[in-house]
Design a protein around this ligand. Structure first.
Ligand code: SF4
Length: 468
């Protein structure tokens, strides 16, 4: 690729190790993130072939999916989870990989700790055996999830066979209104283009409403790119990015920092670069969003009615809407606002960073959660937890009646015992509302931390603007 290039094309070009006409390219991987669920088979495969890890210094592991979010000094009761955690510890010890395990002060959700520690940097290629690796694209990295056999290949070679993706610019114009957040941008995009709308593409988010987001908001947007079917999501690095990264643990220091920033300033898409596809979203017109169905594309503005399946011409889509309504126990034609809620979950790699917790605390401060609602607040990392504690946020959450937990994936995926009971409804700040995602028979409404906090207080799905 040459001429005027997009951000993703520049990063791609800089990482080609070998390419051949008609075949996938071999690209170099700058950072490989590992967690306990998708790595055991890959490590075993490595052992079976008598191989070592090619670059243990570029491989970082953490434990996040299956660990309890309760007292860390207690043993893990679930034997499957305990085994996964122990296996990752052993594999990392044997193979010389840094591991932020259960008792580490850097432990956290893999997509929270990467940017937080400054491991993820502009212009890098980043992979992880996890779908939401796209999060790291917020700093201008080309970051994507890979399968278990690819994890093994990257461990063995630090390279990956890939075909280049198509380019897709999402231009978000205007400015967000009060009560509307990064989460609402990404839910609105997926509702507009559908869960397959970004298939085969790297999404590049641009425009004034994206530029105005802080880094954590940008991570929320990029995080859910996969839910639109995209390979990755990226945002061009700018002063907001550099300020965020400066001084972080693994960020370059001194003269190396200056050299890095000079290099990073060349990454944004060239004027005149062509995208394969483009959509424009009017940020001024966005409202708080909420999903009503069983995929993240089934979302609406909070006061708009749930769509009628009869209004959809495609028979397959009509059938999928009907099935989703039946699972969710909802009626089309009515808004979700006012619907009773059993659980509120504030957490996950989409919305568990300090700014997410601050915005939830702003709504909950001096108020009480509805007695019929169980509210869990789960920080994304030990660092987020420490910061929240320094700011007195847990006291606000506890005084309101919320449960303040230890960091981990928790009820995003319900692998650690934090889960919904069959039939329960949750307002969740996570990224997936598939059938049973938060527990067998559980029903999930995806929304922003503001909407989640507002719904916790009233006990029903609530437009946060009524409480501001
Ligand atoms: S928080 Fe949820 S989506 Fe994110 S890494 Fe954990 S399980 Fe995956």
């Amino acid at each position: 690729m040459s001429g005027n290039l997009t951000l993703s094309q520049k990063v791609w070009n800089a990482h080609i190790v070998h390419e051949e006409q008609g075949a996938p390219s071999l690209i170099y991987i700058d950072l490989h993130l590992v967690h306990e669920v998708t790595s055991p088979q890959a490590f075993q495969g490595l052992r079976d072939r008598g191989l070592k890890v090619r670059r243990p210094d570029l491989t970082i592991a953490t434990t996040d999916h299956s660990i309890p979010t309760t007292d860390r000094s207690l043993p893990i009761i679930d034997p499957i989870a305990a085994n996964q955690v122990a296996q990752l510890e052993k594999n990392c010890r044997d193979l010389g990989i840094t591991h932020y395990g259960v008792h580490s002060s850097h432990q956290g959700i893999v997509h929270v700790i990467g940017p937080e520690l400054g491991l993820t940097q502009p212009g890098m290629t980043v992979v992880c055996g996890d779908s939401h690796t796209a999060t790291h694209g917020a700093v201008g990295a080309l970051a994507f999830g890979i399968g278990t056999s690819e994890v093994e290949n990257v461990l063995a070679t630090q390279c990956l066979l890939q075909r280049p993706s198509k380019t897709f610019r999402v231009q978000v114009n205007g400015a967000l209104k009060t009560g509307v957040t990064a989460k609402d941008i990404i839910l609105a995009l997926i509702a507009q283009i559908g869960i397959g709308g970004g298939t085969g593409c790297v999404l590049e988010y641009a425009g004034p409403a994206i530029r105005a987001l802080d880094m954590e908001g940008r991570m929320t947007v990029c995080n859910m790119s996969i839910e639109a079917g995209a390979r990755a999501g990226m945002i061009a690095p700018d002063d907001t990015t550099f300020q965020y990264l400066h001084g972080r643990h693994f960020a370059p220091k001194g003269a190396d920092w200056d050299a890095a920033v000079t290099r990073w300033r060349k990454l944004p898409t060239d004027d005149g670069a062509k995208f394969d596809r483009e959509v424009i979203i009017n940020g001024d017109a966005l409202e708080p969003m909420i999903t009503w169905g069983t995929n993240p594309g089934m979302g609406v503005s909070i006061n708009k009615p749930i769509p009628e399946p009869a209004s959809v011409s495609d028979p397959l889509e009509r059938e999928s809407l009907t099935k989703a309504l039946a699972y969710m126990g909802l009626e089309a034609g009515k808004p979700l606002a006012g619907h009773a809620v059993n659980v509120v979950f504030i957490g996950s790699c989409t919305n568990s960073r300090i700014s997410d917790l601050r915005s939830a605390a702003e709504i909950l401060k001096g108020r009480k959660v509805n007695p019929n609602v169980r509210v869990m607040v789960v920080p994304g990392s030990m660092e987020v937890k420490r910061q929240a504690e320094a700011e007195g946020l847990p006291e606000i959450f506890r005084a309101a009646g919320c449960d303040w937990r230890e960091p981990g994936c928790s009820m995003c995926i319900a692998m650690n015992g934090d889960q919904l009971q069959p039939g329960q409804y949750s307002v969740s700040t996570s990224n997936r509302n598939f059938e049973g995602r938060q527990g067998k028979g559980g029903r999930t409404f995806l929304a922003s931390p503001l909407t989640a906090a507002a719904s916790a207080i009233t006990g029903v799905v609530t437009d946060v603007r009524s409480l501001l």
